[in-house]
Design a binder for this molecule. Structure first.
Ligand code: ZN
Ligand code: ZN
Length: 383
């Protein structure tokens, strides 16, 4: 049963069939670590819009930072952005997805979680992942119509012009729920970094992003070395294509790990390092893992706040001829590629097992804590 609470002390219950009624529920962030379930009338989709029913949403690493109010833009919001949904209602004129596939009520879809307007300066430069309107939906307060701005909710309002793709029938909800953030992000990152056969790729952190990075690296023919401390994540990294692992429980110091990395790379260091840990100190280790002339992708430390500064000598980058590049969001069509990638590799890797526990909408703080603990790949929310 869903439990609605305007605050912790005052909770009201609604019947299980609430999602079929004309009202829905969103998990609103009312303050740091304070989640309220709020009920709103379901919006009628206007021209080019759609109303979606959320089937499954994951707690992404960046949700953890938002939950703690570390994100400067996303404060008074509906939580959740990594999800798969089913079309409940289509507005006039919305007859196909962003790749031209016909869409009907009842189809499952994945949504590019940020807006790409196509008209701003970054979009004009082809830097679609940097669209200045990216947060138009995500940053909207829950009290503002059409209310259903996030994925930790019974429903999601798809605004006109937003990118979305119909999900192939062969993919389960659990397999595809991570496509629109984790997998599309890592496909974009890996392609921009030039991950390919013959290169050694270190993946620091084996949560959702890290496991996707392992799978993409393996599919590209690269040799993947995964770094983590949790035994379950390390085992998963091997299942997702890592050829070697560096276990922080065995190699307990940074110097130890650097030596191990040199041993595994004939004394060179790694061609490419993908940092997806959410731990600032891991970036310092990325610098030590990369070979001279190597590249580092900084992806995982989006959600860390003040107090996470590092002291690194700029000379390190010069001496090693390092390339360091941050990657945030992706060009929207990478989500279509993510669906193809899942269809192509679903027999190789157990995508459906990436979250080991499912939470209800009134358990969001527990789900976030589970992801934050570093022991789950992805906690999943099923409204
Ligand atoms: Zn995310
Ligand atoms: Zn734009």
């Amino acid at each position: 049963m869903l439990v609605l609470g305007w605050n912790v002390d005052e909770r009201i219950s609604v019947p299980d069939n609430s999602r079929n009624a004309a009202r829905g529920v969103v998990a609103a962030l009312a303050g740091p670590r304070s989640v309220e379930l709020q009920q709103y009338a379901l919006p009628e989709p206007g021209p080019g819009e759609a109303l979606l029913e959320v089937l499954r949403a994951n707690v992404c690493g960046s949700d953890v930072g938002i939950f703690h109010h570390r994100n400067p833009v996303l404060r008074d919001v509906v939580l959740g952005h990594e999800f798969v949904a089913r079309v409940s209602a289509l507005g006039d004129g919305l007859i196909q997805d962003s790749a031209g596939t016909p869409v009907s009520v009842g189809d499952r879809v994945v949504v590019v979680y940020f807006r790409v307007c196509g008209r701003c300066r970054p979009c004009g430069r082809g830097e679609f992942n940097m669209c200045v309107h990216w947060a138009d939906t995500m940053a909207a307060p829950p009290g503002r119509a059409p209310h259903f701005h996030g994925a930790f909710a019974t429903h999601y309002h798809l605004a006109a012009g937003r990118h979305f793709y119909v999900v192939p029938d062969v993919l389960t909800d659990a397999e595809v729920a991570g496509a629109n953030c984790g997998l599309a992000q890592m496909l974009f990152t890996s392609e921009r970094m030039g991950v390919r056969r013959g290169l050694t790729v270190v993946v620091q952190g084996c949560g959702g992003l890290g496991l996707y990075a392992c799978a993409i690296g393996a599919a590209s023919g690269a040799r993947v070395i995964a770094v983590d401390r949790d035994p379950r994540r390390i085992a998963a990294a091997v299942q997702f294509g890592a050829a070697e692992v560096v276990d922080l429980g065995v190699h307990t110091t940074a110097a130890d790990r650097e030596r191990r990395m040199l041993d595994l790379t004939d004394g060179d260091g790694a061609d490419l390092v993908v940092e997806v840990t959410g731990r600032p100190e891991a970036f310092g280790e990325a610098v030590s893992f990369a070979r001279t002339g190597g590249s580092i992708a900084s992806v995982g430390n989006l959600g860390v706040g003040p107090g996470s500064e590092l002291a690194i000598s700029p000379a390190t980058f010069t001496r090693k001829n390092l390339t360091v590049k941050g990657y945030l969001r992706y060009d929207p069509w990478y989500l279509r590629r993510a669906l193809d990638f899942l269809v192509d590799t679903r027999d190789l890797h157990p995508y459906g097992t990436m979250s080991d526990r499912v939470y209800a909408l009134d358990e969001i703080p527990a789900a976030v804590a589970r992801t934050e603990s570093g022991h789950a790949m992805r906690a999943a929310v099923v409204p």
